[in-house]
Design a protein around this ligand. Structure first.
Ligand SMILES: *Cc1c(COP(=O)(O)O)cnc(C)c1O
Length: 242
């Protein structure tokens, strides 16, 4: 199940190079263009200095789960040209800060949250890019909309002016590679079916509905095989979290 070998005593540069090589290998094996798969470095619990180090190696996209911690790092690193992704559960009293400080949100799972993000997105910024989180294994413990309700939520998000609907995100039950591959395939099929179910989806918006945020340190090669466009990787880049 562990795609990434090597130990936590390796340098950040070594781990970054190894993850990039694994992404390339999985893209090649799947006959996909390498630039179709983006690495989202999940930097929750890591200090701003670790993000700056990875940015110096060329990484642009960073994912955060905890708002206050993220805001501190965004402020500390505001001189760097980074793209910030919110990937954690969203409480309604947190939407304003997310709308004001992030470029992407991967974890929208309720219409109420989507409305608030849209209303609170500052007018001088482009629409907030949004993925809908799907609870792909129907787990009680997980955030995400039920797969059966994804189409209705996608239609609602599409209609909101402050948001740009980009695709779907899921975190499969950490189970087996076979299970996760099947879950990734289901998410990919759910995304393609959205193109036919969202009312008034013009060609331009349909073309932007291109994002599958799936795959983490232990299963990103399987996710790439099933069409992932963002793989969200923390441990394999930064080492184990405390
Ligand atoms: C922590 C986290 C990740 C990264 O997990 P790793 O196993 O450390 O790669 C990816 N996605 C989400 C939503 C997370 O919370």
């Amino acid at each position: 199940m562990y795609a990434i070998k090597g130990s936590s005593s390796d340098s950040l540069a070594q781990r970054y190079a190894r993850v990039q090589a694994e992404i390339r290998a999985a893209s090649d094996a799947a006959g996909r263009r390498e630039d179709a798969v983006h690495l989202l470095a999940v930097s929750k619990t890591r200090p701003a200095s670790a993000i700056a180090d990875l940015a110096a190696l060329g990484q642009c996209d960073f994912g955060e789960n905890y708002l206050q911690e993220a805001l501190d790092k965004i402020e500390a690193l505001r001189d760097l040209p980074l793209t910030w992704h919110f990937i954690g559960p969203i409480q309604s009293n947190k939407t304003r800060d997310i709308a004001e400080h992030f470029d992407w949100v991967h974890s929208v799972d309720r219409e109420k949250i989507a409305r608030r993000l849209s209303e609170q997105r500052p007018a001088h910024l482009p629409p907030l890019k949004v993925c809908i989180q799907v609870n792909i294994d129907d787990e009680d413990s997980k955030s995400g909309v039920a797969a059966a309700d994804a189409a209705a939520l996608a239609a609602a998000v599409h209609a909101l002016p402050g948001l740009a609907l980009r695709g779907l995100m899921a975190i499969p039950r950490a189970d087996s590679n076979d299970h996760n591959a099947a879950a990734f395939r289901t998410l990919a099929m759910t995304l393609s079916s959205l193109r036919n179910t969202i009312p008034d989806l013009n060609t331009q918006d349909a073309a932007k509905l291109d994002t599958l945020s799936m795959g983490m340190s232990d299963d990103f090669s399987a996710a790439i095989a099933e069409g992932a466009t963002f793989v969200r990787i923390g441990t394999a880049l930064f080492g184990p979290r405390d």
